[in-house]
Design a protein around this ligand. Structure first.
Ligand code: ADP
Ligand code: ADP
Length: 216
């Protein structure tokens, strides 16, 4: 059965960074809802424009459009064995929709790493984040700097700071996360799928914990 790993955790905790590493080691596709919205915006689609208006305010994009986008994404062939879901689901309605989709596709949520860190750590990480224009590779000006300032090590494209990574917007996103996404912690705990991971450690240490859980 196709196994989907749901990465749960607040904005800036390191989900995208870990998802990319896990995707390389596990060969499961990396599906990031935020990346999909940003890609749509870059390609000037209607979905992208709609999403951007919510993202800039630090609010969630409405459930129906988000669910449809993910449904289309995970029905592609590269998700046949499963995927690492980074940033989806983010509301109880999205989690219910995911269960229904997976029942239909013959997949299941395997486990749910819940990565946490204090708010000050989240703000420091998000506000120092630099993202690669071409493929969304993730850097941090202090914790994971590129070899050359402003240039992606992997593909040479330029790096930019996300509009929603300004301190005020990050703080708003953390509030939205606490209100709308934290109910999923209990949802997956009750399902026996939650694994808590301390995200305040260095990238390698967090990866080691995740890989240990994955092996089980
Ligand atoms: P999320 O997807 O949860 O928002 P990211 O993976 O994009 O988080 O990471 C947010 C920022 O923090 C990025 O600049 C990233 O380079 C940096 N980062 C990620 N994990 C760590 C870590 N364990 N220690 C220090 N910085 C990290
Ligand atoms: P982070 O990794 O820092 O949490 P993301 O890239 O996942 O940031 O999300 C950026 C923005 O994209 C969110 O603030 C929200 O507006 C939108 N978004 C991403 N995923 C979802 C989702 N599952 N439901 C609704 N909105 C989402």
């Amino acid at each position: 059965m196709a196994t989907f790993i749901v990465l749960l955790g607040p904005p800036g905790v390191g989900k995208g960074t870990q998802a990319r590493i896990l995707s390389e080691t596990s060969k499961l596709a990396h599906v990031s809802s935020g990346d999909l919205f940003r890609e749509n915006f870059k390609n000037e689609t209607e979905l992208g424009k709609l999403a951007k208006s919510f993202m800039d305010k630090g609010e969630l994009v409405p459930d129906d459009v988000t669910i449809n986008m993910i449904r289309e994404r995970i029905s592609r062939p590269d998700c046949q064995a499963g995927a690492i879901l980074d940033g989806f689901p983010r509301t109880p309605a999205q989690a219910d929709a995911l269960e229904k989709m997976l029942a239909e596709f013959g997949g299941e949520v395997g486990f749910v790493p819940y990565i946490t860190a204090e708010e000050s750590v989240l703000v420091e990480r998000a506000s120092g984040r630099w993202t690669c224009r071409a493929q969304g590779h993730i850097y941090h000006e202090k914790f994971n700097p590129p070899k050359q300032v402003g240039i992606c090590d992997v593909d040479g494209s330029d790096l930019y700071q996300r509009d929603d990574d300004k301190v005020e917007t990050v703080t708003k996103r953390i509030r939205v996360y606490l209100e709308q996404t934290t109910p999923l912690v209990e949802y997956y705990r009750k399902a026996g799928k939650l694994v808590e991971i301390d995200g305040s450690q260095a990238v390698d240490q967090v990866t080691a914990k995740l890989l240990a859980v994955l092996k089980k």
